[in-house]
Write a protein that binds this ligand. Structure first.
Ligand SMILES: [Zn+2]
Length: 572
């Protein structure tokens, strides 16, 4: 029997093995398989180390001006990673890297467009149309290069650009887009009367996210990707994209597999023009793309654009500590929290203003949770599985530290049982519930509920699932790698407060503190809510680390297939 089967079908095979060798427990050709383990309750002494004082100290330290806003690749980050590694070492964690180091370098590249031609759409018959950069299209490149272009490249309209066997949905069918530019809608196909839960109805699935469209285009060997912006499908105006079009685009230094020389967005008006050139309308495209029978359409139109860029390279650093497990030490639970924030603004400082982005909530609070959870683990009975504690770099630049980790994991992702990510913890007081963003996508919800119940708390739902919170912090990199993940967030029901209090707090935070120098620690900020969150997050990880539980994705999740494939690949 292969270990792959054991991993995929633990209960079934456990039974089968027992029949084969009732006395000795399950075995494989390689020897005995570690026995199934029931979850262990963590000792009170371990839970007791999660207190306000400990949590406060880390937040106060990391959000102080000395850390200069923890900008990626700055002296502030250097100081940050040294502090975190020192704390981990003091707790007795080992360095998580294969050589025993705590530090995983994250090579980064910034690229800024210095010159770009219009995007020229040339129909088979008729006059070319030139789209203006920023106003009518935006573009960037995956290439690690100072020049990138496409020239008279064929366009293929691919509908929503989704392939998801869980919904028996394949927009690409058997059409080869190698060397072509795909033109795609963003978002998911709408649910129908017959299938009201198609692509989770109003909830944005990962297949709907724009980053997914690029990923699918890379997998299929396309030369470029143009996404059609409409306000309803993107949920924000084109200016949100175009405002940053001339700014620096930061990515991992190594170009992704299947790198797209040109990727970008076109406005709705430009898409209308393109549809007309192809003898149809945008509305007709929407109608066709809403069906499973949709087939990609090779358009009688080619596209050209050329850009020049200046680039620079720099480096962030992930910090990874490890607590070696017992009987299942080759399997892991990984806690994550990004330690970077927006750094400092020297212009503001020169004007005598506060120019340091202290990021007390975002995300000194999460790092503090992670370090405190690590402390609790060191006080608890050693779990069967190994536990990793990773603070990640360059989250604010586009989840780059976590993406780099997922490409270079210290434990194979197929043997990484779960990821618990904490970002922007609760510094606003105790709640009756805790939110696990994305928990409902997998069996993580069940285990989070168990952990919350042990703290007399309930699990609340993401108040705005269509905002795509699950795709906006580091858990996404793990999910994309197939690892079931949850993003722990503040509950919605504050103790002794009216129903709409959470929404008010959030609006206040967004308006006055989020990504501003004012995100700092102030007197009287309550830490009781952070204690609750940290206890639940610790219990959740301990439950999974001490047992043989193996959460699975819902089959219709985009990540489910990746999980199956990575588990199979590991056994080859
Ligand atoms: Zn954050």
């Amino acid at each position: 029997m292969t270990r792959a089967l054991f991993v995929l079908l633990p209960l079934l095979l456990f039974t089968a093995c027992r029949l084969e060798s009732p006395d000795d427990g399950p075995t494989t050709e390689d020897g005995p398989v570690a026995t199934m383990l029931d979850p262990v309750e963590p000792a009170e002494a371990a839970l007791a180390v999660i207190d306000s004082t400990t949590l406060y100290q880390h937040v106060a330290e990391l959000s102080s001006d000395e850390y200069e806003g923890r900008g990626t690749g700055t002296p502030g980050e250097q100081k940050t990673i040294e502090y975190i590694a020192r704390q981990m070492e003091a707790l007795g964690l080992e360095g998580g890297l294969p050589d025993g180091s705590f530090f995983q370098p994250v090579p980064l590249r910034g690229a800024t467009i210095t010159d770009i031609t219009p995007l020229t759409l040339t129909p088979a018959d008729g006059d070319p149309v030139e789209l203006a950069f920023v106003d009518e299209f935006i573009a960037s490149t995956d290439l690690d290069a100072t020049e990138a272009s496409i020239e008279n490249t064929e366009l293929v309209f691919v509908g929503y650009g989704i392939t998801n066997p869980g919904y028996s949905w394949d927009d690409y069918k058997d059409v080869d887009v190698t060397g072509k530019v795909i033109v795609s809608f963003v978002n998911d196909p709408p649910a129908t009367e017959d299938e009201p839960t198609l692509f989770q109805a109003d909830t944005l699935t990962y297949n709907g996210r724009w980053t997914y469209k690029y990923e699918e285009a890379r997998r299929r060997g396309a030369l470029g990707a143009l996404l059609i912006h409409t306000e309803p499908t993107a949920s924000y105006p084109f200016t949100v994209l175009s405002n940053g079009a001339r700014g620096e685009d930061i990515n991992l230094q190594s170009a992704p597999e299947g790198a797209l020389p040109v990727k970008g967005w076109i406005t709705q008006e430009s898409a209308e023009q393109l549809a007309q050139m192809a003898g149809t309308t945008l509305n007709a495209w929407f109608e066709q793309a809403a069906s499973r029978d949709f087939r990609p359409q090779e358009l009688p139109v080619t596209a050209s654009v050329a850009m020049e860029l200046t680039t620079r390279t720099f480096e962030g650093t992930n910090v990874i500590g490890k607590l070696e497990g017992g009987a299942h030490a080759d399997e892991a639970i990984i806690y994550t929290a990004h330690h970077d924030h927006l750094g400092k603004d020297d212009d503001l400082i020169a004007q005598g203003q506060d120019g340091i982005y202290n990021g007390a909530v975002d995300n000194a609070s999460g790092v503090s949770m992670l370090l405190t959870i690590a402390k609790a683990f060191t006080e608890a009975e050693r779990p069967a599985r190994s536990v990793y504690f990773a603070t990640l770099s360059a989250e604010e630049s586009g989840l780059l530290g976590s993406n780099h980790y997922a490409l270079n994991p210290v434990v194979p992702l197929a043997r990484t049982i779960a990821n618990v990510n904490v970002d922007s913890g609760n510094l606003a007081g105790p709640t009756e519930d805790i939110v696990g963003v994305g928990a409902e996508r997998s069996e993580m919800l069940r285990y989070l509920r168990q952990a919350a119940e042990a703290e007399d708390m309930t699990v609340g739902m993401d108040p705005n699932p269509n905002a795509g919170s699950f795709f906006r912090s580091d858990q996404l990199a793990f999910a994309r790698g197939g690892v079931p993940a949850v993003f722990i967030r503040t509950g919605r029901q504050f103790v002794g407060q009216p129903e709409d209090y959470a929404a008010e707090l959030e609006a206040e935070y967004r308006a006055n503190r989020y990504h501003q120098p004012a995100d700092e620690l102030s007197d009287g900020m309550p830490f009781s809510g952070l204690v609750q969150q940290t206890r639940v997050a610790f219990r959740l990880g301990y439950l999974l680390a001490s047992s043989s539980l193996r959460p699975e994705w819902k089959p219709s999740e985009a990540f489910a297939q990746t999980r199956t494939e990575s588990e199979q690949a590991l056994e080859l």
